[in-house]
Structures are given as structure tokens and as C-alpha cells.
Ligand binder design. Structure first.
Ligand code: HEM
Length: 83
């Protein structure tokens, strides 16, 4: 599905933004106490990573439930109806 593909791409690029944010913060630490707003550089991508990451995490379970439901099995157990 397209939305799944996009979420994965966004998660991948957010991981770069997060890493860059951490590195920038560490460089700023070398000059003394960084300003509080600099903490947002890694924090904002991390929050977005958490949301997209949780979405990616549930995808296989939702797909399994849908497949099992379509074939008449117990969706909670991921069962398929014997045919
Ligand atoms: C904050 C909570 C996070 C959660 C819940 C999370 C969850 C996930 C999940 C479920 C996947 C898909 C695994 C799969 O089935 O292939 C994934 C992929 C990935 N995650 Fe995260 N993640 C988090 C944070 C991060 C962070 C901090 C980084 C790196 C800085 C990161 C980098 C990646 C990368 C590079 C992939 C592979 C993306 C791809 O397939 O193109 N994630 N993550």
C-alpha cells in the first residue's frame, strides 16, 4: 500500500534528521550549556519517529488480521480457515 511505503520513507528520513539533531546538540555542548530550544532539534524528529514507528510496528499485525478475517479464521489468532 502507498501510505505504508510513504510512512517507511518518512521514518527513514526522520532518523537522519534525528541523528543530525543529536550531533548538532553535542557540538553546541562543546561551547557550553546549549539554549533550551536546541533540545527541540532532536526531540521533534524523535516524537515523529515514535508515531511513524508505532504505525510501522502494527502494520504486519493489521495485515495478518485482515487476511485471516477475509478467509474466515479467528483474526485475533491470525488463523486461516482450512480449505
Ligand atoms: C521512537 C521510537 C521508534 C519506533 C517505535 C520505531 C519503530 C520502527 C519499526 C516498527 C520499524 C519497521 C521494522 C520493519 O518491520 O522493517 C522501523 C524501521 C526503521 N527505523 Fe525505527 N523506530 C523508532 C525510532 C527510530 C530511531 C530513533 C531511528 C534512528 C535514528 C530509527 C530508524 C529506523 C530505520 C532506518 C528503519 C528502517 C526504515 C526502512 O525500512 O526504510 N527508528 N522502526
Amino acid at each position: 500500500m502507498n501510505l505504508n511505503k510513504w510512512t517507511r520513507q518518512i521514518h527513514r528520513w526522520l532518523s537522519i534528521a534525528f541523528t543530525a539533531g543529536v550531533i548538532l546538540y553535542m557540538i553546541a555542548m562543546g561551547w557550553g550549556q546549549p539554549p533550551a530550544w536546541m533540545g527541540l532539534l532532536p526531540l521533534l524528529p524523535l516524537i515523529a519517529l515514535l508515531l511513524t514507528g508505532l504505525y510501522l510496528f502494527v502494520l504486519p499485525y493489521v495485515a495478518r488480521a485482515r487476511n485471516a478475517q477475509r478467509s474466515g479464521g479467528n483474526w485475533a489468532l491470525g488463523e486461516k480457515k482450512a480449505s
